[in-house]
Design a protein around this ligand. Structure first.
Ligand code: MEV
Length: 338
């Protein structure tokens, strides 16, 4: 039995625009998905999933992972969760040159599904790592990140960047621009997350931005402006003391850029009333800045505030189901049981 766990993430800057080659800076947070993989004697795959914002489910299927299991939880939720597990199994089989490998897989996650905190990337990264290790064919981190990206890319029908999967694999803050992915030094930023209890459909939201970009030059300009915000933000980070406490000036400037980034994402149609109201609650409480994180449409916002004020205000905000402080996860995917 091999268990690996990988962190979720928040986007400091750059979601959506990163799909079109602009840079993005996501940061891993200490909320993890743990995947257990136990090889089987046959070619079946049995998946037990808990805490994926579902009530939990168990499915078993054989042969091709295209066979759809018969379960009594809502199909779209199972499809969403299973699609990523399927893709991770396919990548692990391919990497280990074991096309008929079967597994008992258990997924336990404290990252809500589809909420902008990188749950699918964490499941895919931990899943490929656990399954390849269980087959005696562990991957180095760069290859693991690449295979996890390909898995997400397949599930999201070609519309995925490397940002979520690279960040979840490596941990810390990273910079992604097209195929260039590098860890970046970042101070200890005081992230506060607000979660509306819902989720967005990443595929649909990404496609919606793509349509706007095709239709309107100003939408394409908006995407480029997100890139400008990211470049300005990363220059600030580069001047900061790595891994130290951020100065008040740095927090103020990063916060201002986060506010700007949220406005641009809202213009691209990926915010939601609940996300806007959490963003404003955070700003009113004195956060340095706040923005939606991830694909949007519902899910989470991220704010910067070292005091308790934003977390407290969010916990009293209508539409906010959960507010919590998110620590930077300096370690990416890790083996819990070899
Ligand atoms: C989703 O977490 C982030 C998006 O930029 C899509 C992607 O990068 O694959 C919206």
């Amino acid at each position: 039995m091999t268990v690996c766990e990988a962190p979720g993430k928040v986007y400091l800057f750059g979601e959506h625009a990163v799909v079109y080659g602009e840079p993005a800076v996501p940061a891993a947070i200490e909320r993890r998905a743990a995947v257990t993989a136990e090889p089987r004697a046959d070619d079946h795959v049995r998946v037990e999933a808990e805490d994926l914002s579902l009530d939990g489910f168990t499915v078993e299927y054989s042969g091709g992972t295209d066979d759809r299991p018969d379960v009594d939880v809502p199909t779209p939720l199972v499809e969403a969760a299973m699609g990523y597990v399927d893709a991770a199994v396919r990548q692990a089989r391919d990497a280990a040159d074991a096309p008929d490998a079967g597994f008992d897989i258990t997924v336990e996650s404290d990252i809500p599904l589809g909420a902008g905190l990188g749950s699918s990337a964490a499941v895919v990264v931990a899943g490929i790592d656990a399954a390849t290790r269980a087959l005696g064919a562990p991957l180095d981190r760069r290859e693991l990140a690449d295979r996890a990206y390909r898995a997400e890319h397949d599930v999201q029908e070609g519309q995925a960047s490397r940002a979520d999967t690279f960040c979840s694999t490596m941990g810390g803050a990273v910079r992604v621009e097209g195929d260039d992915c590098e860890p970046v030094a970042a101070p200890n930023l005081p992230f506060v997350v607000g979660f509306d209890g819902g989720a967005g459909d990443t595929g649909k939201l990404v496609a919606g931005v793509g349509e706007l970009r095709e239709e309107y030059g100003f939408a394409a300009d908006t995407i480029e402006s997100v890139g400008d915000v990211v470049r300005t933000g990363e220059a600030l980070l580069a001047d900061a003391v790595p891994e130290g406490e951020p100065s008040p000036e740095l927090l103020a400037e990063l916060g201002e850029l986060m506010d700007f980034n949220h406005g641009l994402l809202a213009a691209l149609g990926v915010s939601a009333r609940s996300l806007d109201s959490m963003v404003w609650a955070a700003r009113d409480a004195g956060a340095h800045g706040a923005k939606l994180t991830g694909a949007g449409g519902g899910g989470c916002i991220v704010a910067l505030d070292a005091s308790d004020a934003t977390e407290t205000a969010l916990s009293f905000t209508q539409g906010c189901e959960e507010a919590f402080r998110a620590e930077l996860a300096t370690e990416g995917v890790r083996v819990v049981e070899p």
